[in-house]
Write a protein that binds this ligand. Structure first.
Ligand SMILES: *Cc1c(COP(=O)(O)O)cnc(C)c1O
Length: 219
């Protein structure tokens, strides 16, 4: 089910760029995830809470489960005990809920701020001014059980490589700005999660530290 050659090629390229591969396993059966695991893959990305909870219960304990899709506040409690990273945080309300549930689970959960970089209409993702308002808020500093570990974004679904490149460059600039402004003394703010099956090479070229690749692993 997994295309071994594609898997090896993608992990190799990620490694050469000091980036990590999040193997996106949403909608894929547990056998496919086990196959990835047997090839050495440990970071899996899911976009639905229910599906991630079920898979986590049935697969090896040392898999790092990354939630890459939109997360509703009322579902945070189901994943707080085990989730390794939450990629798509776009409100302080969500961050507060993650903090509360992480505290109950006696954990600190790394989170990425999702930015709206595509030209497509989307309900999700912050603009830089919103993020600056959020990060400047004192109440944020009281959240001890979340760690803001970087940024995440999705480029427009287009064949226009120049446009995708500009969008990735934009996310990198947002990362650099926020790092200088709010995280100069925080080495844990280090991740730029960008790049999927169609554009991960470009993303790596533009500074991605985490590519989220799904379909290309199974072709
Ligand atoms: C599905 C998904 C991916 C992977 O997409 P592919 O094109 O299958 O590689 C990456 N990021 C997010 C947020 C996704 O939902």
């Amino acid at each position: 089910m997994i295309n071994n050659d594609n898997y090896r090629g993608i992990t190799q390229l990620a490694k050469e760029n000091q980036a990590q591969l999040v193997a996106v396993t949403k909608t894929r059966p547990q056998e496919a995830i086990q196959q990835l695991y047997d090839l050495g893959q440990r970071i899996m990305g899911e976009n639905r809470v229910q599906e991630m909870v079920e898979k986590q219960a049935n697969l090896p304990d040392d898999i790092a489960w990354h939630l890459i899709g939109h997360l509703q506040t009322n579902k945070v409690k189901y994943i707080a005990p085990f989730v390794a990273m939450i990629h798509a945080v776009d409100s302080i309300k969500l961050l507060q809920e993650i903090d509360k549930r992480a505290k109950e689970a006696n954990r600190v959960i790394p989170c990425l701020l999702q930015f709206h970089i595509a030209q497509e209409d989307s309900k999700y993702g912050l603009h830089i001014l919103e993020a600056q308002t959020m990060l400047g808020d004192r109440s944020l500093r009281e959240l001890k059980n979340v760690r803001i570990a970087g940024v995440m974004g999705m480029a427009t679904n287009t064949d226009d490589q120049a446009q995708i490149q500009r969008e990735f460059q934009n996310l990198k600039e947002i990362f650099d700005t926020l790092q200088a402004q709010y995280f100069a003394d925080s080495p844990e703010f280090k991740e730029i999660s960008m790049g999927m099956s169609g554009d991960y090479e470009l993303a790596l070229q533009e500074g991605s530290t985490m590519i989220r690749v799904g379909s290309k692993l199974y072709e």
